[in-house]
Structures are given as structure tokens and as C-alpha cells.
Design a protein around this ligand. Structure first.
Ligand code: ACO
Length: 321
């Protein structure tokens, strides 16, 4: 038993915010942002185009691309750390919006590793024989969790959603690894939605995202090659057999360092970071959808998807297109 992606979709807000636009908000420059990260612009959600809205749009496109109806879905997993509400979950909102009346639906929180965690979770349900057809979504609206006065973080992120329809199949390969280290959680944190209660006499507070950039950088360049090597070893696959490594789009300099460590050419690490920035749980499925629609993925191609993010969390999936 294996798992295949049979359709993809994505959705980003219309509003484009360039590096020059940001230089009017904080003391920064296009040159600094481009050379340190590779980002030129990002999309920022407006009122009414939050996480569930984008996730549902990406989901509709993925279903259309797969050629199946929402009624056929057994399970919807939405990977997000910025759901619009505490409850109902974003996945339930998507389920209602697309009419997936037979699907169980829940959110999964693993920040920028979320899509890989969600894909691996869907596969585990398939492997256990519980479900056969699923929708895995990564969607985030980090713009509402960012401190727009903090130039160290606000230049890095954008909003967006990507989705994949997945199905249990008899042939093909699917290998996965995941990990977490909560002891290093403070490197990238967002206490957000902290509300005091009547006992502490504190009113509601919003805690914005904080990040130790260099810690995250070191974590990414060490952990991503390790998890890629792990799925390669477990699946007895030679690294040369992998057509593309579709990594969480955080930072171009992280990619350069990973490519060097794995001794792979940069052409094997596709990127769309310059147009969307870091959309957290959405980066991998948005890129996957772009590549799918551009005809870059052929049946039988071996891909590795790899995520890393807050938690700290990480994960990789080797799959056959
Ligand atoms: N514009 C101009 N100057 C800036 C900006 C900015 N946007 N941000 C920081 N600076 C300044 C700092 O104030 C500092 O100035 P100083 O030397 O006068 O004190 C200087 O630039 C260097 O700051 P550092 O934080 O040391 O910059 P660094 O070279 O580490 O680059 C960066 C920062 C790009 C965040 C880097 O650490 C990085 O790439 N880290 C990886 C983190 C990442 O990608 N996070 C994404 C989210 S996490 C995830 O997706 C898993």
C-alpha cells in the first residue's frame, strides 16, 4: 500500500507587498531582504481572505485537478498555525465550504513542517486501511501574527494556501520521517491569543511571533539534510534518483547550504520564494501546485518533500508522482 498525490491546487491573496513597500513600514531595504533571503515580494491577506477562505479555494482547485468530487473525500487535514478561529477548526470550515459531507476533518499544528506532517498522517490512515481518499492542505495567514515593527521577522513572511488530493494506491513508493524537539521551542515562538483570566486580572493580550534567526538557520541546515538522508536510506533510494527536493520555502541561503551539504545541484531545489516569501505551512503545496501545472512533474518521478519549523519540528516524505 502506498499514497499518491492525484491533484493539487493553491490560492494566494491578491494584495502584493514588495520589499520597497516594506521599507516604508520598517527600516529595511530591497537590497537587504533580497540578499539575505531571496524574497522580492509576498502576498498579504485582506479582510475576508483569511486562512479558511484561501484553504477552501486551494481545495476546490485541487479537487478539480484530481477530477474527483468533494463527496468522495474520507478525510481533510488542514495544517495551519493561524486558523481563523480557535474553533470550529479551519478543516471543518473547509469541509462545509466545499461540501465534503462524508469527510472527517481536523487541523494539525506543526508550523512550517505542517504540510509534511499532514501528508504523512493521511498516509498512516491509508496504511491502516481506515480511509482511502483525502485532502491535505497547508494554509497560513502569518501576517496577523507578525509584529510589523520588527524588521527581523516581518520581511520574511507571506500568506497563502496549497492543497493536495491524496489517495491510497497499490503501487508506487511512499516513505516518511518526522521529528520534534520541544526543548528548542523558544527559537521560534508565537504566544498569540494569550488571554488573561479573571484570576490574573490581566486583559487579553496578543503575543506576536519572535524568532532567533541564526538558531533557526543552524537548525534547518543540519536537520533537513539529516531527514532527507533518513528517508533515502530507509527506502534504499540513491540520491541521484530524486528529481526534485521540494523544501519548505524559508530562505534561499538555507537552500544553498543544504544543497552543498547534500552535494546536489541547485536546479534540483525549485523555489518560488522570491514571489511569495515564507507562507509557513503553505510553501510546499503552493510550489508543488505550480510545478504540477507547469508540467514539470511526470508520472514515476521521485520527489522528496521536506519541512522544518517551529516546535521545533521537521519531516520529510519520499514519494512517487
Ligand atoms: N532590514 C535591514 N536590516 C536588518 C533587517 C532588515 N529587515 N533585519 C535585521 N537587520 C539588521 C539587524 O538589526 C542587524 O543589525 P546590527 O548588525 O546593526 O545589529 C543586522 O541586520 C544583522 O542581523 P542578523 O539577525 O544577525 O542577520 P542575519 O544575517 O542572521 O540574517 C535572517 C537574518 C535573514 C533572519 C537569518 O538569520 C536567517 O535567514 N535565519 C533563518 C530564519 C528563517 O528563515 N526563518 C524563517 C521562518 S522560520 C521557518 O520557516 C522554519
Amino acid at each position: 500500500m502506498t499514497t499518491k498525490i492525484i491533484g493539487t491546487g493553491s490560492a494566494v491573496p491578491e494584495q502584493v507587498v514588495t520589499n520597497d513597500d516594506l521599507s516604508k513600514v520598517v527600516e529595511t531595504s530591497d537590497e537587504w531582504i533580497r540578499t539575505r533571503t531571496g524574497i522580492r515580494e509576498r502576498r498579504i491577506a485582506t479582510e475576508g481572505s483569511g486562512t479558511s477562505h484561501m484553504a477552501a479555494e486551494a481545495a476546490r482547485k485541487a479537487l478539480e485537478n484530481a477530477g474527483i468530487s468533494a463527496e468522495e473525500l474520507d478525510i481533510i487535514i488542514l495544517a495551519t498555525s493561524s486558523a481563523d478561529c480557535c474553533f470550529p477548526s479551519g478543516a471543518c470550515e473547509v469541509q462545509a465550504a466545499i461540501g465534503a459531507s462524508h469527510a472527517v476533518a481536523f487541523d494539525l499544528s506543526a508550523a512550517c513542517s505542517g504540510f509534511v506532517y499532514a501528508l504523512n498522517t493521511a498516509h498512516s490512515f491509508f496504511k491502516a486501511g481506515i480511509y482511502k481518499t483525502g485532502l491535505v492542505i497547508g494554509a497560513d495567514t502569518l501576517s496577523k501574527l507578525i509584529d510589523w515593527n520588527d524588521r527581523g521577522t516581518c520581511v520574511l513572511f507571506g500568506d497563502g494556501a496549497g492543497a493536495a488530493v491524496v489517495r491510497a494506491e497499490e503501487t508506487g513508493s511512499f516513505h516518511m520521517t518526522m521529528g520534534a524537539d520541544g526543548t528548542r521551542g523558544s527559537a521560534l515562538a508565537c504566544p498569540g491569543r494569550t488571554t488573561g483570566n479573571f484570576l490574573t486580572e490581566k486583559g487579553p493580550e496578543l503575543g506576536y511571533m519572535t524568532m532567533d534567526g541564526q538558531e533557526v538557520f543552524k537548525f534547518a541546515v543540519k536537520t533537513v539534510p539529516e531527514s532527507i538522508n533518513k528517508v533515502l536510506a530507509e527506502s534504499e533510494t540513491d540520491i541521484e534518483e530524486i528529481k526534485y527536493f521540494i523544501l519548505h520555502q524559508a530562505n534561499y541561503r538555507i537552500f544553498e547550504s543544504i544543497a552543498k551539504r547534500l552535494k546536489i545541484p541547485m536546479e534540483k531545489l525549485p523555489t518560488n520564494l522570491e514571489r511569495f516569501g515564507n507562507t509557513s505551512g503553505a510553501t510546499i503545496p503552493i510550489l508543488l501546485d505550480e510545478m504540477n501545472r507547469e508540467g514539470k512533474l511526470q508520472q514515476g518521478d521521485k520527489l522528496i518533500l521536506a519541512g522544518f519549523g517551529a516546535g521545533l519540528t521537521w519531516g520529510a516524505t519520499l514519494l512517487e508522482w
